[in-house]
Design a protein around this ligand. Sequence first.
Ligand code: HEM
Length: 535
Amino acid sequence: SVGSEIKETSGAGGELHQVTADPSRWLTTNQGLPVADDQNSLKAGARGPTLLEDFHFREKITHFDHERIPERVVHARGYGAHGFFQAYAGNEDLTKAAFLCDSQAKTPLFCRFSTVAGSEGSVDTPRDVRGFAVKFYTSQGNYDLVGNNIPVFFIQDAIKFPDLIHAVKPEPDRAFPQAASAHDTFWDFVSLTPESTHMLLWAMSDRALPRSFRMMQGFGVHTFRLINAKGKATLVKFHWRPKLGAFSLIWDEAVAIAGADPDFHRRDLWDAIQAGDFPEWELSVQAFDEKQAAKFDFDVLDPTKLIPEEIIPLRPLGKMVLNRMPDNFFAETEQVAFCPANIVPGIDFSEDPLLQGRLFSYLDTQLSRLGSANFQEIPINAAKCPWQNLQRDGHMRMRVDPSRTSYEPNSLDMTAPREAGADGFQTFAAPTEGTKLRIRPESFADHYTQAHLFYKSMTEPEQRHIAAAFAFELGKCREVKIRTRMLGHLQHVDAQLAETVAAKLGMPGQADKITPAVPTNLKVKPSPALSQYRD
Ligand code: HEM
C-alpha cells in the first residue's frame, strides 16, 4: 500500500527501511536535517552502547518525554468540533454584538463538551454535569460562552469552588472514585452546603445522563447583560436547545455503556459529523430588565436559581451547526482555552459572585496548563480577526513584532496600535456602591423552593429515577451522620422523596425526624413571599 516512489529495503538486523528519493517527503529533524535511518540508534559497534552524540535519538525521545501536558483541573475529559453560528434577523434591540446582529454572517466557532469530575481517560457516561463551551471567532474578537448542560450550579460564591471540587474529585489517599457523587467527601460537602440542594436534584435526575452530546441542552447559568447600540442594557440568561430534542439515558443503560463503549459520546459525535448529519442548536435568551428582576422571588445574581420560562419565555437569537471534526485532538480539543472573560462589545457580565470569580480563574489556570503566557497564539485560541497588542516576549512567543514601540503613548511609530475609543469594548456603567463586606446577600437564602419546583415538574418515572439515584449515590457514603443530614435537606424539598430515599437506604422513618441542623453562614430564613410556590 506504500506509494510507488518508496523503496523498501531490509537493514542488517532485518528491520524495514522505507526510503524515498522525493525531497518533499523526507523525514527531517526539528532543524530540517534529512534523516537517513530512523530505525537504529547510533552505537559504538553493532552490539555496543548507544552514543550520547546521537542528536536525532535525543531529540526524538526528548520530545516524546514532553508529549503530555497537565489535564484540566476540572472538565478534563472532553470532545469538540468546529462549526458556525448564524444569527436570526432582528436582534439589534438587544445587542450591538456584530455576530448576533448580522444575519448574513456565518461566524466560525469551536465547541467542546465535557464531563466535570473524571480524568481525561475516564468514561463518557457517568452521572455528572456536562460542560458545553463555545468559542465564537467573531469579527470583533473571540467570545466564549462557557456553560453547562444544567441551568444552575452547586455554589453561590466562587470562593467555595476549590472546596467543591476537592470534595467531588477522587479522594487524595485512595485516588478513587472517578464518579463525583458516589463517595463520602462529596456528600459531606453538599450536605453542609444547603445552597447546592437545587443543583443536586438536577444532578440526580436523568439530565446528568445525556443520551448524546447532540441531544443536550446548554445554559450560560449566570445572568449576563446584552448592550444595544444606544447603550441600553438588558439582563439575559443564555440557553442552547438541540434541534434533535433533549434525551437522556437511564441509569442501567449508562452503566452498561460505560463498560461496553467508554467512548460512547465521542463516537456518536464523530460518526454523525463524518456522515454529514450535522448537529444543530438554537441559541436563545430569557431577556428581562432590572425592574422585572426586582420583582422575582429570587435574586438573578444567584447562580443556584433559574428563571422559570413561564415568567420569561425564551427568545431565539440564532443557530449553531457543528460540521467539522478537528484534524488533531491534542492541537485543538486539548489546547483550546475557553474563558468567560473573553467578551465582545454588546455583551457584558453581571455581578453574580460565581461569575466574578470565574473571570479570574480560567486565564490563571491556563497559564499553567498550557505553560506559556503566549497560549493565545496557538491556532485554536487565536482570534480570526486582526489582533495586535503591546505585549512582548515570554515563553513560546511566535509572533515577530517589527515595532520598537511596544508601549503607548508613543511618538516614534505612528503606525503602532492605539485605543479604539467608543468603537472598542466599553464596560457597561452599572451603578455600584457599598461597604466592603465578606457576606452572602439575604436574597440568596432560599435553597429549597426551586429544588421543590424542579422535583414537582418531573413525571412519575423521572421522580422515581431521582429517588433511585439519591439512594444509589448516597448509599456509597458510609457515614450515617452525613446521610442523615442529607435526608434532612430532602425533607425540605419533598417529604415523600425524603421518605422514599430513607427507606431505600434502610433508614425508614428517619427523614421526618430530621431538621437540617446545618451550620451555614446564612443568617436569614427563606422569604415568606416564596411560600406561594410551596404546595
Ligand atoms: C473548565 C474554574 C464554574 C463551566 C474550568 C477550568 C477551571 C474552571 C479552572 C479548567 C479550564 C482549563 O484548564 O482550560 C471554574 C471556577 C468556577 C467554575 C473557579 C466557579 C467559581 C463553572 C460554571 C460553569 C463552568 C458555573 C458553567 C456555567 C466550565 C466548562 C469548562 C470549565 C464548560 C470546560 C471548558 C473546556 O471545554 O475546556 N472551570 N469553573 N464552570 N468550566 Fe468552570
